[in-house]
Design a protein around this ligand. Sequence first.
Ligand code: TXA
Ligand code: MG
Length: 315
Amino acid sequence: MPCTENTLRKAAQTLLDGGLVVFPTETVYGLGGDALNKQAISRIYNVKSRPLGHPLIVHFSSLGSLNIWTQNIPEYAVKLAKSFWPGPMTLILPRTGTAKDYITGKQNCVGVRIPDQKIALSLLREFEKMGGLGVAAPSANRFGKISPTSAKNVFEDLDKYLAKNDLILNDGICQIGLESTIIDCRFSKPQILRPGPITEKMIHDLCNLQITLPINNSKKRLRVSGSLKKHYAPQAKVFLDGIPRENDGLIALSTHDTPEGVIRLANPKNVQEFANQLYSALRLGDKMNIKKIFVYPPSGIGLELAIKDRLIKML
Ligand code: TXA
Ligand code: MG
C-alpha cells in the first residue's frame, strides 16, 4: 500500500487495534506490532515462525521515549543515541517495567531504535499521538531467511501468513539494505553484538572507549539475531571464494569481470551499493533457481564488516 497521510493514520490505528503493520526503515522492512500488546507480539512470532524467547527491538520516534523503555543509561549510550538517532543503530539497555518479558525474551534488557526513514517516523509519530508507546518490529522475513529490502520481498515472503486487516506499507527499496548495528550498552564499555552501518570506528570516535566484539560460545551471550550458526540464508549454496562456473551466480564489485557463462546477479560500484544490493541479488539467485552463488565481499573495516558478518552466517 502506498503511503498517504490517510494510510499512515489507518496503519497507526491498525497497530493500536492489535493488528500488524509492515513498514519500511532505512535498513530493512520491519514487521511491526504494538509493543504493549501481548497478542500482537505473539502474532509476530507466528507470522515469522520465529522461536519464542527471541527478543524484539522496540521502535519509537524521538529521544523522549528512551526513558519509557530503558533505565540506568550510561553516558556513552546517551551520546550514541544523540549522535546516531534517527539511524541504523539499536541499543540494548536495562529495561523498565514497560518492556515486558514477551518483548525481551525474559531478559532484563531491551533493544531500542529510532529509525531514519520518513514513512517509519511518520507512522511512529502518528501511533504515539494516538497513545502508543513503541512498535516492536523484527525484520519482516520468515525466521532464518534473508531480510526484505523492498515491500515486494515482504509480500512474497509473508502475504500468506498475514491477516486480512494487517497492512504492508510500500515505500520502495530500503536506503541501506542491511540490518542495524546492535550495541550492548549495559556495561561500562559498549559491545557490538551485530556489526552494521554504524561502524566500530564511528562508535570509537564518538565515545573514545574501547569497544568489545562478541564473545563466541559464551553461555551468557545475549540472544542476538544472527548469532545462530546459520541465518539470513538463501536456498543457494554461498561461496566466498573459488571461481564460479557456467550457470553459477556471481555478486561482486563492478571491478570484477564476469567469467563466461556465469550469471551476474549484482554489479555494485562501491561498498554502499554492495550492501544495498546484496539481499535482493541473493533473492534473485533463488528465483532463478541458481544452485551456487559466489560472493566476493569488499574488504575493509567499515560497512564491509557487516556484509562479511551476514555472509559468513550463510555458509
Ligand atoms: O535494522 C534492524 O535492526 C531491523 C529493523 C526492522 O529495525 N530489525 C531487525 O530485527 O533486524 P530482528 O529481530 O530481525 O533482529 C534484531 C535482533 C533480535 O533478533 C534480537 O536477537 C536482538 O536484536 N535483540 C533485540 N532485543 C534484544 C535484547 N533485549 N537483548 C539482546 N538482543 C536483543
Ligand atoms: Mg531478522
